[in-house]
Design a protein around this ligand. Structure first.
Ligand code: TRP
Length: 366
């Protein structure tokens, strides 16, 4: 199938607007997107409807988060001339496809999704979550398949959703496009399928720890806004410094860097140096000195402040530009959403055709 927009292979991914982006997002997925935007036809979705699954009572927050995420994307260097940034709720074909896809997912299969279970537990949703909360993995399948992407860059926690997406693509192609169930995943399109059995692409660092002490289980916790252990891409230099200088370090240094038990996960200081310090030799040498007690926390933290601010400063500068021009941000989303609609509408028409529900051309004009 040829793409309607360009011949480059396609990427689709997205963020739920829950706040501003932090360093965990940066190494988990943003870096990937920056690297890929030159060679792929990229679609980056702001999943504002997903935000409503647990925060339907906070529309103003969600609105602000949408703008914040778009501003962050532009600030990190996502280039709207290369990548298409768009708003989920303005692409109706996604909703229409989710309706059809919902018929292809057995309910018990949906409820086995570990990401859903974790979210119910971590957000304390009890058994009071909205029906729409259970629907969101179906929506996510449509977010992805509407773009028939070749690759989906995500964080590790999204893998269960991607597995479900792969299952729906196979099922659709088998049911409606006559694809033989024995076909290998990579050959579904060649075999006449409409939807590719997509491949996830994980970031360089799968799980960046936060700046805080280990949790009750003894492990350091993932960087997360809600755990109050995050360094944001929008933090100013002074805030970065304060957060780093106050960062937890393992009081028993040996545990942090003992080569026999080398687990930087035990000491955020070294997890951060390893993730962000471009001078691997410096890191190796100083980790060793640190283990021997020859260099102290303060010096290592000062160096980390330097390293992080060097990364965040250009982001901050671009952020300032867009913060002062919210209209420019909206224009980028408007243009991106137009391009996203062109692709999603094409997919919807092809899906309806495959499903024998193409009675006459669509009368809606999007
Ligand atoms: N669920 C994702 C998250 O919370 C966001 C998301 C929505 C997404 N739709 C997507 C990610 C499609 C990848 C592909 O991070």
């Amino acid at each position: 199938m040829t793409s309607s927009v360009t011949a480059k292979p396609r990427i689709l991914t997205g963020d739920t607007p829950t706040g501003k982006l932090h360093l965990g997002h940066y190494v988990g997925s943003i870096e990937n997107r920056l690297a890929l935007q030159n060679d792929y036809d990229c679609y980056f979705l702001i999943a504002n409807k997903h935000a409503f699954t647990t925060r339907a009572d906070k529309p103003d927050d969600i609105r602000q988060s949408v703008i914040d995420i778009a501003t962050d994307w532009l600030a990190v260097g996502i280039d709207p001339a290369k990548a298409t940034m768009f708003v989920q709720s303005e692409v109706p074909a996604i909703d229409e496809l989710s309706n059809f896809f919902g018929m292809l997912v057995p309910y018990p299969r949906l409820m086995r999704n570990p990401t859903l279970k974790d979210e119910i537990r971590d957000k304390g949703l009890g058994d009071n979550y909205a029906f729409g909360f259970l629907w969101y993995p179906i929506g996510q399948i449509a977010d992805i398949l509407a773009f028939r992407p070749d690759m989906v860059p995500v964080g590790e926690d999204q893998l269960p959703h991607l597995e479900l997406t792969r299952e729906v693509a196979r099922r659709f192609d088998q049911l409606y496009c006559g694809v033989d169930p024995h076909t290998q995943d990579k050959d579904y399109i060649k075999a006449g399928g409409l939807f590719p059995v997509i491949e996830p692409k994980l970031g360089r660092i799968r799980r960046l720890v936060g700046t805080g002490a280990p949790g009750p289980g003894g492990q350091l916790l993932k960087m997360s806004k809600s755990l109050n252990n995050a360094i944001f891409l929008s933090d100013d230099a002074e805030t970065v410094q304060k957060k780093v200088m106050a960062m937890y370090t393992d009081p028993n240094r040996v545990r942090a860097t003992d080569p026999g038990n080398a687990n930087p996960e035990q000491n955020p200081l070294w997890a951060f140096h390893e993730a962000f310090n471009p001078d691997a030799k410096w890191v190796a040498e100083n980790e060793d000195l640190y283990r021997q007690g020859k260099v102290g926390d303060v010096a290592m933290k000062r160096k980390l402040v330097e390293v992080l601010n060097a990364i965040v400063e250009p982001i901050r500068m671009r952020r300032r530009h867009f913060e002062q021009r919210p209209d420019e941000v909206i224009d980028v989303l408007r243009e991106g959403t137009k391009r996203a609609n062109a692709v999603a509408e094409e997919t919807l028409a092809l899906a309806k055709k495959a499903m024998r529900q193409d009675y006459f051309p669509r009368v809606l004009n999007i």
